[in-house]
Design a protein around this ligand. Structure first.
Ligand SMILES: Cc1cc2nc3c(=O)[nH]c(=O)nc-3n(C[C@H](O)[C@H](O)[C@H](O)COP(=O)(O)O)c2cc1C
Ligand code: SF4
Length: 486
């Protein structure tokens, strides 16, 4: 009995904040259903806020108070980099005299990622409410939802939801009599991964090719859409703003773990019994629990062993089963001590994964069991990146293609034992400030990590091909041999 209780106490569970209603039976994406579930109450709360004077005599406007709450909440961006949302908002140039824009990044193109679309398809008003509050807090009067081209139904749903919002005056002129005006439009992408990169997205929204802009000077918070201050946030990030206003930043910060607050929606795919999306308190569930626990992945397919895990979308560095990491953790007396942690025991949060040399990225875990041909898996990823490079930077344009070609020959019987080193040489020469955007890193990290951790498999494949070629095509006899046979 005691064993059962202690097992229950430690049982990892889903924690539904953003996805609280989305999958409930009978929950529909229309505004009436959203209103019945308390929808738009946080917006009303935000619009009703009054200026607040602190004991030092400083007065904070309602907008400043919301921005402060977001800072207090510790919310980090859910789009990939995990950058502080409050800090990003604090960089917005509010003195330029130009309009401030907000863009919701709904491109969701990172392979393995399928979380934002759950919100868009099942609970679009949650996103819209998060956006309206975020726009109000940042004095933005025009916002866009940039949605991936391959999600036409998502665009339709959002447009319908926006129309409903206008009829209730949550959007448009003089929102709920507050004097605040806002319009939000949906813009469909045309199906390029690079449109998810915020400055490529902005170029695309302006009607141009999605060529990412160089930073500096083109930090969106200063020089974004139409060269005006612009906030770009992910779908899930913006939804969280609604919850921060509803519960307060300090309460939100109690969810998750220090510096990794709130919840995260994890897309779990690959060789698990129960692939799907799972919302967890950030850092309160380990990678191993996400893969094996019956509440989540439910374990590997029968009779299979774990081989590798990509922890944060295809661009994150791969983990090998059995890998150990040295992490600094707080002991019960508050001291920082170094501990050896197995890959499966890594808490699923931003900081632990970075400390282990990878990242949680777009929170997409791809599980590979021992049936996986690791060279094939990397070839698949590399082909994607070679196809999606925008081509502006030579190291990325050429390097991604060369890597893909080398992997293609390795997976088509034309490999060489030296291909492993060749791949790493190319991958090492793409990132590190040589490219305009982080795609350079995104295409190199898989190659660097797959080859470093599974080098034997790459060499073995290349060597087998070389040996077979040598047998099938024996070297021609040398010249003097020809002479003596005559
Ligand atoms: C190549 C590339 C693709 C990206 N794709 C996406 C994407 O599909 N969705 C997304 O939210 N962020 C994506 N990002 C990150 C965005 O540039 C940006 O950091 C993010 O939208 C900011 O939102 P957040 O702070 O709320 O995370 C991508 C970045 C790169 C470099
Ligand atoms: S790094 Fe690649 S994707 Fe990014 S701007 Fe350069 S060529 Fe384009």
């Amino acid at each position: 009995m005691r064993i059962l209780i202690s097992h229950f106490v430690n049982m990892p569970q889903e924690y539904k904040l953003v996805l609280k209603y989305a999958d409930q039976p009978g929950y529909t994406p229309d505004i009436e259903c959203y209103l019945r579930h308390g929808g738009y109450e946080p917006l009303k709360k935000a619009l009703a806020m009054q200026p607040k004077t602190s004991p030092d005599g400083k007065t904070q406007s309602p907008q400043e108070q919301i921005r402060q709450e977001v800072m207090t909440s510790g919310l980090r961006g859910r789009g990939g980099a995990g950058f502080s949302c409050g800090l990003k908002w604090s960089f917005v140039d509010r003195k330029s005299g130009k309009p401030i824009y907000l863009i919701c990044n709904a491109d969701e193109s990172e392979p393995g990622t399928f979380k934002d679309r759950q919100i868009i398809y099942k609970d679009p008003h949650q996103l819209i409410e998060g956006m309206i509050i975020s726009c109000f807090a940042n004095d933005a009067h025009l916002a866009y939802i940039y949605i991936r081209g391959e999600m036409p139904d998502g665009a339709k749903l959002l447009n319908k939801a926006l129309a409903e919002t206008r009829t209730k005056n949550f959007l448009g002129k003089n929102v709920l009599g507050s004097g605040y005006n806002l319009e939000i439009y949906v813009h469909r992408g045309a199906g390029a991964y690079i449109c998810g990169e915020e400055t490529g997205l902005i170029e695309s929204l302006e009607g141009k090719r999605p060529y990412p802009r160089i930073k500096p000077p083109y930090f969106p918070a200063v020089l974004g859409l139409w060269m005006c201050p612009t906030i770009v946030n992910n779908v899930e990030t913006l939804c969280n703003v609604k919850h921060i206003v509803a519960m307060g930043g300090a309460e939100f910060a109690k969810l998750g773990t220090p510096n990794n607050t709130g919840t995260r929606i994890v897309s779990l795919s690959g060789h698990v019994k129960r692939p799907g999306y799972y919302e967890i308190e950030t850092g309160k569930v380990t990678i191993g629990q996400l893969i094996n626990d019956p509440a989540f992945g439910g374990g590997l397919r029968d009779g299979r062993k774990l081989k590798a895990v990509i922890p944060g979308g295809s661009s994150a560095k791969v983990f090998k089963a059995g890998e150990k990491f040295k992490l600094k953790r707080k002991s019960p007396d508050g001291q920082l001590v170094e501990q050896e942690v197995d890959m499966l025991d890594l808490p699923y949060d931003f900081d632990s994964l970075i400390a282990a040399g990878s990242m949680s990225g777009s929170s997409a875990i791809i599980v590979m069991d021992d049936s996986t041909d690791i060279v094939e898996a990397l070839a698949n990823i590399a082909e994607f990146y070679a196809h999606e490079s925008c081509g502006q930077c030579t190291p990325c344009r050429e390097g991604s293609l060369w890597m893909s070609k080398a992997l293609h020959r390795l997976t088509h019987g034309e490999g060489r034992a030296s291909d492993a080193d060749y791949l790493v040489k190319i991958a090492d020469n793409i990132p590190g400030g040589r490219t305009i955007c982080a795609f350079g890193e995104a295409c190199s990290w898989p190659v660097q990590s797959f080859v470093a951790k599974f080098k034997d498999e790459f060499i073995a494949k290349g060597a087998t091909d070389e040996a077979r070629h040598a047998k099938e095509n024996p070297a021609p006899p040398e010249r003097h041999e020809l002479a003596t046979t005559h």
